[in-house]
Write a protein that binds this ligand. Structure first.
Ligand code: SF4
Length: 76
């Protein structure tokens, strides 16, 4: 697992609404994903989420189910 977390300094979600990236059950993650779409460190964020086993919230533009699917593909 990479320990280089310098990308977090450029995380767009930290400058907008971090809580939007952890929507409660039933709430939309669309706004969070929209923020990710404009984030310059999206690849680093997604790589971190997959390598560290993040399964909750929106990371790198992927929601929870998408993260889990991506993790299964990565492990295969
Ligand atoms: S890709 Fe999304 S979750 Fe990751 S740092 Fe950027 S805005 Fe935040």
């Amino acid at each position: 697992m990479s320990t280089d977390l310098a990308w977090r300094e450029s995380a767009l979600c930290a400058q907008t609404d971090p809580e939007a990236h952890f929507p409660e059950a039933g709430n939309s993650s669309r706004n969070a994903k929209k923020t990710c779409g404009a984030c310059e460190v999206r690849p680093e964020c997604l790589a971190y989420a997959l390598s560290s086993g993040q399964r909750y919230g929106v990371w790198g533009g992927l929601g929870q189910q998408e993260l889990r699917r991506a993790a299964r593909r990565t492990a295969a």
